[in-house]
Design a protein around this ligand. Structure first.
Ligand SMILES: NC(=O)c1ccc[n+]([C@@H]2O[C@H](COP(=O)([O-])OP(=O)(O)OC[C@H]3O[C@@H](n4cnc5c(N)ncnc54)[C@H](O)[C@@H]3O)[C@@H](O)[C@H]2O)c1
Ligand SMILES: [Zn+2]
Length: 365
């Protein structure tokens, strides 16, 4: 078992990573002294697979347990869903010792964090992420959000969990596509901060795709450690430090949106966005071709896309202008100077972005 600490004074918390450790969660929660009525937000698919283990460990710790199911889709990240869950939760919260558990992927995690932050101006919550993306990224750092019709994650808060508890054993039932999507974020951490992790991914990607527990534990704990270090220096993304986590996301988000969130999932779009960021870094003489090829080879080897298909250049450019990361009239890119070294550049000329997108688009729709 690996434990990393995210240090934020009185809001500090542990990130625990292990294999087949869900049955130990109750013991860890008891130590936090955050309440005795556990309200678990999840979806039917995750509950069917792992709900009984979760119920048992919480009961053994003398906690009361109530599951609340939300639909299994991004549409659950809405204000309407948040208020409907809260209305249900009020019925359960009679003794005022409630805390919430997010038991699922990033959708459940973001919705739960948001609810925990606004219900009674904040109640404790625990993240128990069940997807690779959730374990390496969305459960850590306290960004909570729901979507509006006008855009994703437009309403939210910074609200830290009291514990992040990642059991990599839960990843055995993930689809390969979901696993690959999470791997895109893992590759991102290697590129922005950790050449050792990047080398490991180059050498051991087969073990990861084969779900070898030691390999999964290594990458999940390493990413948790890196994200914790970044977040504790710049919790609210005010100092330009947390910004590096957006590597690949400026264009990645635009690709996701231009494809109407259908053709590409988050990790696939981010893989393409990272390649564009590498292409621009190379064309700006920040890195040589050998580095951009290493990134492209790794992305291809784990089965993520390297070419943009059936999404048009104008649609990507338009979506890029609508992105939250657009500051005033300036865009902001995280580029790299090498594996593990980033450089933030504002106002990259549209011509350069357009050129690198053109070379990555296979067949314009
Ligand atoms: N808060 C943040 O910092 C942050 C960071 C990155 C992404 N996000 C958000 O995360 C969301 C995406 O998260 P995601 O990729 O985890 O998607 P998701 O939550 O939709 O989960 C993907 C699918 O996997 C299923 N699933 C979950 N656990 C499973 C398991 N153990 N076995 C089998 N199936 C399982 C889910 O039911 C779902 O169908 C987006 O809404 C994104 O905005 C938030
Ligand atoms: Zn991401």
């Amino acid at each position: 078992m690996h434990i990393a600490k995210l240090n934020l004074k009185e809001r500090s918390y542990n990130i625990i990573v292990g294999s087949n450790i869900l049955n130990l969660l109750g013991k860890h929660i008891i130590k936090l002294n955050i309440g005795c009525d556990a309200y678990i937000i999840t979806n039917a698919s995750v509950k069917n697979k792992y709900g009984s283990v979760l119920r048992k460990t919480l009961k053994q710790a003398n906690l009361n347990v109530r599951f609340k199911l939300v639909p299994d889709s991004e549409e659950s990240k809405s204000i309407a869903m948040a208020s409907s869950v809260i209305e249900d939760m009020v019925q359960y919260d009679r003794k005022r010792r409630i805390f919430i558990i997010a038991f699922g992927g990033g959708v459940v995690g973001d919705l739960t964090g948001f609810i925990a932050s606004i219900y009674k101006r904040g109640v404790p919550y625990v993240q128990v992420p069940t997807t690779l993306l959730g374990q390496v990224d969305s459960s850590i750092g306290g960004k909570t959000a729901v979507d509006l019709i006008q855009g994703k994650n437009l309403v939210g808060s910074f609200y830290q969990p009291r514990l992040v508890f990642s059991d990599v054993g839960l990843l055995r039932t993930l689809s390969i596509r979901q696993l690959q999507s999470g791997l895109a974020e893992v590759i991102k951490y290697g590129i922005i901060k950790d050449p050792g992790l990047f080398n490991y991914l180059e050498k051991r990607n087969r073990d990861i795709l084969a779900l070898k527990p030691s390999a999964l534990e290594y990458i999940v704990s390493r990413c948790g450690y890196i994200k914790a270090k970044i977040v504790q220096q710049d919790e609210r993304e005010k100092r330009g430090i947390r910004t590096i986590l957006n590597f690949g996301h400026t264009i990645g988000h635009a690709i996701e949106a231009a494809a109407n969130y259908k053709r590409y999932n988050h990790g696939e779009a981010i893989a393409l966005g990272m390649l564009i960021a590498c292409d621009i870094s190379r064309d700006s003489n920040l890195i040589n071709r050998e580095i951009s090829e290493r990134v492209e080879n790794l992305i291809r080897t784990v089965g993520l896309p390297t070419r943009i298909q059936k999404v048009s250049l104008p649609d990507i450019i338009n979506a890029h202008y609508r992105d939250k990361k657009f500051i005033g009239s300036k865009n902001r890119f995280v580029l790299i100077k090498g594996i593990g070294k980033t450089k933030i550049i504002e106002n990259i000329p549209l011509k350069i972005i357009r050129e690198s997108l053109k070379t990555r688009i296979s067949c314009a729709a």
